[in-house]
Design a protein. Structure first.
Length: 637
């Protein structure tokens, strides 16, 4: 009898079976046994369409079985059916005719063109189910511009009237453009690294890094936050997704912080900020790192290495904020026992497999090969973890989680491919840059400030990689016209696209953390913003001091800007939380705000008189606090 639970089981098993076949297929291609790239990428997209459809049905059946039907459940079911028929059917057609379509483009017959249009519609429907209406609407608008841009009244943005076959080739039927352009990243670079990250979690990495966080937390005031800062930061560096990481690690770290005196909102904010750090932390960089490498036409490892120093500065800024807040709220050190045995038994599995992946990436091996080697080493070493070795069921569950994540990320890349292709083929990026030249003032700092606002605004409702793609295609050419190097411009917009997950009114990371902590969304978002204010200066730092992106080819020139950024992170923490040696009044906090402002001005202008002003103002404020503190102590005694 076909009951809902049985149908759900069939759907889930079908998803796993297709995912396993795809995994083996990609593994075979990694070692050079598949030579025709057109057929290979068409096959990959076909499998992703099938798996995305199955996962959509599984989520709908989960709601039905649990009795918690979401709004418009029947409508979503209808969209899933239509999207599946169109996306799977049309991708199968493209797979079968891949070689012919590539040879006859753009002179397609009417049936081919119809298939291409329906293919795009099917992908947009599946993308709507998994990634929401805002992203889908943006992609559809850009696609419509490709078709009807010749009707735009503004001359700079007006396009020639393209032939429909030409447009469809670049959007849906060209097996190296449009839909397939960014899909190559998923197949060649992302797939096995995501599976590797999931396997690491399956072998027990989460417990290990939480215990490492406890070691640090026992030594400083408010140390209960360090399992989140260290643990979530490390886990997020391989997961690369902020919200999913909040849900994964926050279930352990948030209750721990609350039990040691942290407010609900603050506990959620710390977890949200720590999880967000994973999107800018090597080796995965939250998917956008691969797109940066594609846009810059450089090996991915060069992008990942360049991101290291700013990523560490992000963690240092969050740490300054947590420590100052803990002192202000007089929180105690952590008292929970540390399971050192878990650290020593699990650490070899993590270090060896992770180090192997990094060494292979640094050696310019493909991310796919690095991911495969990492998976083999992690699975091979985990039985040596003694009583901490994972059960087969846990590894199997981690593998399934990896399949789900890589399917959704691959669908995202497939869906935004036409958007990116439209920008490039129609030269929309440079057209918008020309418009902005006439609108924005001729000031490097004001240009960066405006870019920051736009990046934060777009990222509020879009996934981070999409926000980065849209802003980079729109504003990076303009930043380059302003004299900013390409890699600096790309990293600048990328960082603020990442930060947007913590900025109201959407703040998806803060929302997820608030649900776990029991705090309010607004309170969690505000506390998260306070912590993140210590990191907002980092993008300005590496734009004005490019040596911050020079790792591993660092020189002594990197030390002054690093020290300056650390100082400004501390002073901004003092301003936000009102504590330095003692609680500060508002006048004293304003004084440290002046110190921070002067330091920021020196960061971007590098004038000697500003350095003198920074040192004098810092000396005055520190001396005042020390003097008044000592006088208060003497009066009490």
């Amino acid at each position: 009898m076909f009951t809902a639970p049985r149908i759900r089981s069939v759907v889930e098993n079908s998803f796993i079976a297709l995912g396993t076949i795809l995994t083996l297929y990609i593994a075979v291609s990694v070692f050079g046994f598949i030579s025709n790239s057109k057929v290979y990428y068409a096959t990959f997209v076909f499998f992703i369409m099938c798996m995305s459809s199955l996962h959509a049905f599984k989520e709908l059946l989960d709601d039905y079985v649990s009795g918690t039907l979401r709004s418009y459940w029947k409508t979503r079911l209808g969209i899933a059916i239509v999207g599946t028929v169109l996306a799977v059917g049309c991708s199968a057609y493209v797979r079968i005719h891949a070689i012919r379509l590539d040879s006859v483009h753009p002179f397609f017959d009417n049936f081919d063109i119809t298939i291409g249009i329906l293919f795009i519609v099917g992908i947009m429907l599946l993308n709507f189910l998994h990634w929401g209406w805002l992203l889908t609407s943006l992609i559809v608008i850009i696609i419509c511009y490709f078709f009807y841009g010749h009707l735009v009244p503004y001359p700079i943005l007006r396009l020639p009237e393209y032939d429909v076959g030409f447009v469809i080739h670049y959007l849906g039927l060209g097996v190296s453009e449009g839909i397939f352009w960014l899909a190559r990243l998923a197949a060649d670079k992302l797939y096995f690294l995501v599976i590797f990250a999931a396997i690491l979690l399956g072998v027990g990495m989460l417990k290990m890094v939480i215990e490492i966080g406890k070691v640090t937390g026992r030594r400083v005031r408010g140390g209960a936050a360090f399992p989140a800062i260290i643990g979530s930061g490390i886990v997020a560096s391989v997961m690369g997704q902020a919200v999913s990481n909040v849900v994964l690690t926050g279930r352990l770290t948030i209750p721990m912080m609350k039990n040691h005196g942290y407010r609900k909102d603050m506990a959620g904010a710390i977890e949200a900020v720590a999880s967000t750090s994973g999107q800018i932390m090597p080796p995965i960089l939250g998917l956008a790192g691969f797109i940066i490498a594609l846009f810059l036409n450089v090996p991915y490892i060069e992008v990942a290495l360049a991101a290291l120093i700013p990523a560490l500065l992000f963690l240092s800024g969050a740490t300054f904020g947590v420590v100052v807040c803990a002192k202000h709220e007089k929180l105690a050190r952590m008292t929970e026992d540390v399971d050192y045995q878990a650290i020593w038994r699990m650490l070899p599995t993590f270090l060896i497999s992770f180090a192997a992946v990094i060494i292979l990436l640094v050696g310019y091996y493909s991310p796919a090969i690095a991911g495969v080697v990492g998976i083999v080493l992690a699975v091979g070493l985990c039985p040596l973890q003694g009583r901490y070795r994972p059960k087969i069921k846990e590894l199997y569950g981690a593998y399934i989680d990896g399949l789900v994540i890589v399917t959704l990320l691959s669908l995202l890349l497939v869906a935004i491919g036409p958007l990116a292709q439209t920008f490039l083929t129609t030269n929309l990026s440079n057209r918008l840059a020309i418009v902005l030249v006439h609108v924005l003032p001729d000031s490097k700092f004001l240009l960066l400030l405006g870019t920051m606002v736009v990046s934060l605004f777009l990222g509020m409702g879009l996934p981070t990689p999409v926000a980065y793609v849209v802003v980079s295609l729109t504003l990076v050419p303009f930043l380059q016209q302003g004299g900013i190097e390409a890699i600096l411009a790309h990293f600048f917009v990328f960082y603020f696209a990442v930060f947007s997950t913590l900025t109201p009114p959407v703040a998806v990371s803060a929302l997820a953390a608030a649900k776990l902590s029991g705090g309010t969304f607004l309170g969690t978002a505000i506390d998260g913003m306070k912590l993140m204010l210590t990191t907002f200066i980092i993008p300005y730092g590496f734009v004005y001091h490019p040596e911050l992106l020079s790792f591993p080819n660092v020189t002594w020139d990197v030390i002054p800007p690093v020290l300056l950024l650390l100082l400004l992170q501390w002073t901004s923490s003092v301003v936000c939380y009102g504590y330095f040696l003692r609680d500060l009044n508002w006048t004293e906090r304003w004084g440290f705000l002046v110190v921070t402002a002067v330091g920021f001005s020196y960061l971007i202008n590098d004038q000697h008189f500003e350095l003198i002003g920074l040192l004098i103002s810092l000396f005055v404020m520190c001396s005042w606090v020390v003097f008044t503190r000592n006088r208060a102590v003497q009066s009490v005694s």
